[in-house]
Design a protein around this ligand. Sequence first.
Ligand SMILES: [Fe+2]
Length: 490
Amino acid sequence: MQTTTRAVTGQHQAPTPVTCEPAKSLYVELLVPRPSAAARERAGHYLADQLKTVSTLAADLPEDPEGLEAWVLANNARVGAQYRDYLAARKAGAPRRYFASKAQALYFLRGVAPTKLVDGAWLYGTLAHWDDLRYRAPIQIYLEELGDGLPDKNHVVLYRKLLARHGCEDLSQLSDDHYVQGAIQLALAYHADRYLPEVLGFNLGYEQLPLHLLITAYELNELGIDPYYFTLHVTVDNAGTGHARKALQAVHDALPTEGRAAFYRRVVQGYLLNDLGASTTSVIGSFDLEREVIEVLAEKSNVGRYVHSDYCRIGGRSVSDWLGDPAQIPDFLQVMQEQGWIRRHEDPANSRFWRLIQGERAEMFGVFTVYEQQLIHDWIAGDFVHSGAKYQAAAERVAVVPRREISFRARQRQQERLCPALEAEQGGAANASRAQSSDFDSEEAALEQRLASQPSRAAAMALLVEQLSPARHHSRAGLLATRLFVSLLG
Ligand SMILES: [Fe+2]
């Protein structure tokens, strides 16, 4: 479930712009345990606007829903052939198609995060119909997105861990366009009854196996990034028994006898919603390594301008002076290159600036996240990373890894932790940790108690549906609720 119809169709039609509310604010308002009535209403207007936007686009879907199965199989075969061509080209020495550097791969993981963090959300509204067999296929897909309540299979949990592992959790710099898909998905979550054909059409598009998913998984793995979130989707989206097939089943099960053509037209409109906002390929294509490095340093300058002493001088000016105006960062980088602080297109270990960030006695240890370090590292390395076979092995060796050497200050902190005088404080921290764990347990216990007091299976299911919302299902209580929902659904 990774695709956009751009990938399936190869078309690129510019949607007609219409006025709509900002995606990010709607996303934030809907991704809470209980979205307000006003937020839900806004979601309805937002969906209507987005549907208006796609109403002029053409879809590559068959005119008759009877042709959908052949369409799914043909798409699968085409993507399979394209992937074989890609692998053959790589084997013949072609460079990576998507990620020139590890920094670009992390930029991608971060850029598509708003979408991935609500994975499956568009189907949430079907859960309320758990007793109606026509909804069984989309409900099964939703539950599988939630890993049936197993944390190591829940797609949102997996993605959150992936972001955390690489220091990519800060999404504050992403544009509104990055939130469009997530906002659409959350809006569909809370309007399934009003927009069921569109929900099923969106699902049909999203669950097809796209070429970019296969390539992404392959190249992430090459760069030493766990591709499991992506390989998992290669298997769950398969056209034989996976989500691509179930999505097709969901459409057929819901098609009414009367009004079939009108229903299907709305399915097609929902399918086209996949084309809006930032996509996998547009996020990857928007990467500009130098611009990202400048943005990171400009953002750090807000604090950095106050913490350097006047003795830190580069190019005749104090570092504080350089950092006083973010617009000076490009010039600052240029001067650092001219003065030998940065030696581009070499092993970054040769650059004094890099050694301040990562290395023995690194003065700026902890200033930059793992993601930010990767950006700076790959920008300094430049052609050293990109220059193919001759330097490839060396380039891989210098990729950002956890530091083995620690700075003096970090060593001081370690020693302080060993100081007996701090044992009492440590004991307090350990108790706080146990209390936190206990709180988590109590949340699960409270859920079980509330369930036991429900007067009927329907009441119990309604209670569980609340816990399976996009904002909750990946919490411990949400995961427990998912396992219970699966077992009660039968
Ligand atoms: Fe998923």
